[in-house]
Design a protein around this ligand. Structure first.
Ligand SMILES: N[C@@H](CCC(=O)N[C@@H](CS)C(=O)NCC(=O)O)C(=O)O
Length: 217
């Protein structure tokens, strides 16, 4: 099997890079500097019409969206390595639920927070009331995650899994853009454990070596 991973440092591709490292799956990396706009070229758009990273090309077949790629990697390689539940394992339902929760529910509100208050967004589009509402809603979701981790330790209970990687990547990114997890002790400890893993450290060190001025996502 030939796998080509189109990536960029400190981006939506980072969780996929961590998952590939965690799984030890051999692959080739094409790393874009997004500022140079190589990802907008027609040959890349043929693989990913959105002209965004990540894209994973498996034996010539392209796949986009970080969440979908992580689930596919879990199904294809994670089950055999004990890092993802098998198709007929009941915890797979929890894995899909929590990964979707992170990317769709939490990620959707995080996007609303960023569009209504981020320095990277035109201030004419800022909306203080919307930002406050989104911040409060994120804290409510973090409290739900905290209670789950207090009871189960990890997302699926038991040992670390790719579901932890998937959810922790989104929560970690949110802390990087300013969301506080100070009130959520179990989230904090669980995120610290994830960010201490070799897979995460390797990806972050590689990114910081390329863009030393940037922080960690
Ligand atoms: N929902 C997509 C988001 C992909 C995305 O927004 N990628 C950004 C990097 S974080 C990108 O490629 N931006 C390039 C651009 O918009 O020109 C996913 O999770 O794969």
């Amino acid at each position: 099997m030939t796998i080509v991973f189109y990536s960029a440092p400190l981006s939506s591709a980072s969780p996929v890079a961590s998952a590939l490292a965690e799984l030890g799956v051999p692959h080739e990396v094409v790393s874009f500097d997004l500022a140079k706009k190589d990802h907008e070229r027609p040959e890349y758009r043929r693989l990913n019409p959105n002209a965004k990273v990540p894209t994973l090309v498996v034996d010539g077949t392209p796949m986009f969206e970080a969440l979908a790629i992580q689930i596919w990697l879990g199904d294809r390689f994670g089950v055999a390595r004990g890092l993802w539940p098998a198709f007929d394992d009941a915890t797979r339902m929890q894995a899909l639920a929590w990964c979707s929760w992170a990317y769709v529910s939490y990620g959707g509100i995080l996007g609303r927070l960023q569009y209504s208050s981020s320095e990277r967004v035109d201030s004419a589009l800022h909306n203080e009331a919307q930002a406050k509402l989104a911040s409060r809603q994120l804290q409510e979701l973090l409290a739900i995650l905290d209670a789950h981790l207090e009871q189960h330790g990890n997302i699926l209970g038991g040992d670390f899994s790719l579901a932890d990687l998937c959810v922790a990547s989104v929560i970690g990114y949110s802390t990087w853009v300013g969301v506080s997890i100070a009130d959520h002790t179990h989230v904090r400890r669980w995120l610290d454990r994830f960010q201490a893993r070799e897979s995460y450290q390797t990806v972050m060190h590689a990114a910081q070596a390329r863009f030393p001025a940037e922080g960690a996502a």
